[in-house]
Design a binder for this molecule. Sequence first.
Ligand SMILES: Cc1ncc(COP(=O)(O)O)c(C=O)c1O
Length: 388
Amino acid sequence: MTQVIPHTPLLRSKLPAVGTTIFTVMSALAAERGAVNLGQGFPDFDCDPTLVNAVTEAMQRGLNQYPPMPGVPVLREAVAAKLAKLHGHHYNPNTEITITAGATQAIITIILAVVHPGDEVIVLEPCYDSYVPNIELAGGTAVRVPLTPGTFRPDFDKIAAAITPKTRAILINSPHNPSATVWTEADMRKLQDILAPTDVLLISDEVYEHMVFDGKLHYSAARFAGLAARAFIVSSFGKTFHVTGWKVGYVAAPAALSAEFRKVHQFNVFTVNTPVQYGLATYMADDRPYLDLPAFYQRKRELFRSGLAGTRFKLLPSEGTYFQCVDISHISDLNEADFCKWLTTEIGVAAIPLSAFYGNGFDQRVVRFCFAKKDETLMAALQRLAKL
Ligand SMILES: Cc1ncc(COP(=O)(O)O)c(C=O)c1O
């Protein structure tokens, strides 16, 4: 009998540059130091019990087996009805709406479905951390175009200049994480004009679609015929209904694009949690939970901003999302990442450096707080930050 010496084969990493993210580092540090965690973007309050009851009821009714691959029809219909009502674009729920395991799975599945080795995909930095690794896993190249430093507005000359014959898609995100800016109607029209003569696809990450403040509107790509015809629109029930841990979202796209998306989706997750889908469909019969969301978060934004007003943080605008960015340059000479570590350990409040959202770690002395927190959590953080 030959002696077996167990060994684990060495791997050649597909994502050699990916390590532990700053989100994990900051959350661990916050927990260790008992800091108020305004770093990672998730609510610390519970969702509406009506939603929990709707999901519980679906489980009790025995809706616990595999649903249809693209999602349960009632939820796809509810999503299509919402998109038609809010944006005037009629998606066919049978062929153009797919329920996903959150926006993260939606985005990687879109990218795997459309990006071929050698393709370029434009991302606008700072951007959500999954985009670039997703593109690289598909064998594509991420072409990073900066949003204008200071204002984080899209620079359409730079975007237009980045388009080449190899460009397969552009990925946009409004309302925007981390900068909390919101694209205007004029921005969307400009993008539509730039893309019109091309075959570039649009991946529109709209997970914060229901968090736009000051009476302004969310300009979904669905509102612009020239964009909708080439767009995968991605959203997340987790963000909208305070259930980030449920990981359910959707993709809306023209039938031809949805068909390709579903080919990958069915071998990626195949289907998504059945009772949660039925519960969401029941809950969506009432539109108030998402229509009331801007007022709900705007009040928290005001509470947080008015508390920070007495500090030396310079507040950047927060037009949407549940994030507030601040300029730290009047408080400290530290770089963003070191400042966040110092803030967590010495002041007891965790934040996220914007440099974490850039491939080259670009440091502009701005950090991000999340205000999707109970009022008492925000007050506790403000009390600590008041000394700055
Ligand atoms: C811009 C952006 N896109 C996508 C996601 C992921 O959403 P989900 O939790 O539904 O996967 C997030 C979550 O933080 C986000 O900020």
